[in-house]
Design a protein around this ligand. Structure first.
Ligand SMILES: *Cc1c(COP(=O)(O)O)cnc(C)c1O
Length: 387
C-alpha cells in the first residue's frame, strides 16, 4: 500500500480519517476475479458488512461481483451502487419483515435462511407480493475454523444456521410452501481463516451432504461456501493481496460440484482489509513510570477491532525517521480497552506526528461510532487526491 506518496495531503487533512488506496483495490479485485474464474459458473459476492464505502461498492460492481448483505440497509446500498438484485444474497439470523420485503422487492438471488420461522415469514411476505422467493439454507456444518472464538460461526454452539440433522425436514417444508423455492445450500464457518484445512473439511462435509440429498432426489442449484479468507495483519506491506489462489484452488480440488450447479462465495475481509489505513495524529507523548504512551486522536470509536477482539493493526509513523523507541499506542476514549498496541517499536515520536494503522479497510469504518460525542470518522480514497 502506498502512503508516502500522499503525505502532503495527509498533513493538511483533519485527523483521524480512513484512507483507501484504489490502486491496491484494483490489484486485489483483479486477482480475486482471476482466481475465482478458474471455477466454472462462479460468483464472488462481496460481503458489504466489511466495508460499505460507495466508491468500493462501485468498483465491486465494475468487477462483476455480487453482494452478500446482512441487512436491508446493505441491500439498498448495493442497489444504489448499481448492483443488480440477482447478484445479491441476504444472510442474517434476525431478518425483520421490512428487510425481507426489501429483498423481495429487489428480486434478490436468494435469502440465506437461518431458521424455520424465518422461512415461514418469507413465504408469507412473498405471497403478499405475489412472488416466489428463492431460499438457500444456511447449514451449520459443525466445522471448526480455528480462528478467534468471537469470529467462529460454524460450530453447533453458535447461533447461526440450521443443524445438519434438521436439514432434510426443512428442505421438504420449503418445497411444500407455495411462495418460496429451495435454491441451494449456504455455509460460513468463520472469519480471518488462514489454515485451509478448515475449508478442505468444509468441502468434505458439503460433498457428503450433497450425496445424501441426491439419494433423496433433492436437486440443489447453488452451493455457497461463505467467506472467511484471512489476511496478513502482521506484514501487510509484504502480503498486500490475500491468497485468493490457494483459497479457490482448495475449493476447485475438494468440492464436488454437480453439473450445472453454481458456486458462490462471500469474501469481505480479503477484499478490503489491506488497502485501508486509519490515519491519525499524535496528540501527546506521555512518560509514565515504566512506559511511554503515544496518545492518538483516533480511538476505538474509529477502529473497534482491537478492543472488540484483541486484534492488532500494524502501526507506522509516517512523519518521523528518528531512532526507534517503544510506545504503548492508545486512544483518547475514557475506557481502558482503548489501546491499539503495547510495546510497539516506532521511530522517535512527537506531538503532531502522523500514525497509520494498517490493514484497517475491513471492519473498520463500518463499526465506527460517535461514543463520547466524537464526530464520525471520515473516509478518503486515493482518487480524491490530486498529486
Ligand atoms: C461476515 C460474513 C462474511 C464475510 O466474512 P469475511 O471473513 O469478512 O470474509 C460472509 N458471509 C457471511 C454470512 C458473513 O456473516
Amino acid at each position: 500500500m502506498e502512503l508516502q506518496k500522499y503525505i502532503e495531503r495527509f498533513k493538511v487533512t483533519e485527523t483521524p480519517f480512513y484512507f483507501y488506496d484504489i490502486d491496491l483495490l484494483k490489484e486485489t479485485f483483479s486477482e480475486a476475479s482471476a482466481q475465482i474464474s478458474t471455477i466454472p459458473n462462479s460468483t464472488l459476492h462481496f460481503a458489504v458488512k466489511a466495508n460499505d464505502n460507495a466508491t468500493i461498492l462501485r468498483y465491486a460492481n465494475e468487477y462483476g461481483f455480487g453482494i452478500d448483505a446482512v441487512s436491508g440497509g446493505e441491500i439498498l446500498k448495493a442497489v444504489e451502487a448499481g448492483i443488480p438484485g440477482n447478484r445479491i444474497v441476504f444472510a442474517g439470523v434476525g431478518k425483520t419483515d421490512r428487510e425481507i420485503l426489501i429483498g423481495i422487492d429487489h428480486d434478490i438471488m436468494c435469502f440465506n435462511a437461518e431458521s424455520v420461522p424465518e422461512i415461514d415469514i418469507i413465504n408469507k411476505l412473498a405471497a403478499q407480493r405475489n412472488k416466489t422467493a428463492r431460499i438457500a439454507l444456511r447449514i451449520n456444518p459443525n466445522v471448526d475454523a480455528h480462528t478467534h472464538k468471537n469470529i467462529t460461526t460454524g460450530l453447533e454452539e453458535n447461533k447461526f444456521g440450521i443443524a445438519l440433522d434438521d436439514m432434510v425436514d426443512v428442505i421438504r417444508r420449503i418445497q411444500a410452501l407455495p411462495h418460496v423455492s429451495y435454491h441451494g445450500l449456504h455455509f460460513h464457518i468463520g472469519s480471518q481463516v488462514l489454515e485451509f484445512d478448515c475449508f478442505v473439511q468444509l468441502c468434505h462435509k458439503i460433498n457428503e451432504i450433497q450425496d445424501r440429498l441426491e439419494a433423496l432426489g433433492i436437486q440443489t442449484q447453488s452451493i455457497n461456501v461463505g467467506g472467511g479468507l484471512g489476511v496478513d495483519y502482521e506484514d501487510p506491506m509484504g502480503h498486500p493481496v490475500a491468497d485468493f489462489k490457494g483459497y479457490f484452488q482448495t475449493f476447485r480440488e475438494h468440492l464436488r460440484l454437480r453439473p450445472g450447479q453454481s458456486f458462490h462465495c462471500e469474501l469481505g475481509r480479503a477484499l478490503t482489509a489491506q488497502y485501508g489505513a486509519l490515519i491519525s495524529r499524535v496528540v501527546y507523548v506521555k512518560q509514565a513510570k515504566r512506559k511511554q504512551f503515544a496518545i492518538l486522536d483516533a480511538g476505538f470509536t474509529d477502529l473497534m477491532r482491537p478492543s472488540l477482539y484483541q486484534a492488532h493493526h500494524k502501526a507506522l509513523n509516517l512523519t518521523s525517521d528518528g531512532k526507534a523507541e517503544t510506545y504503548d499506542l492508545v486512544g483518547p476514549i475514557c475506557e481502558s480497552t482503548d489501546v491499539f498496541g503495547q510495546d510497539e517499536t516506532l521511530p522517535a515520536t512527537r506531538r503532531g506526528d502522523l500514525i497509520a494503522l494498517l490493514s484497517a479497510g475491513a471492519y473498520g469504518h463500518v463499526m465506527a461510532s460517535t461514543y463520547n460525542s466524537r464526530p464520525l470518522v471520515g473516509e478518503i480514497t486515493s482518487e480524491d487526491i490530486v498529486l
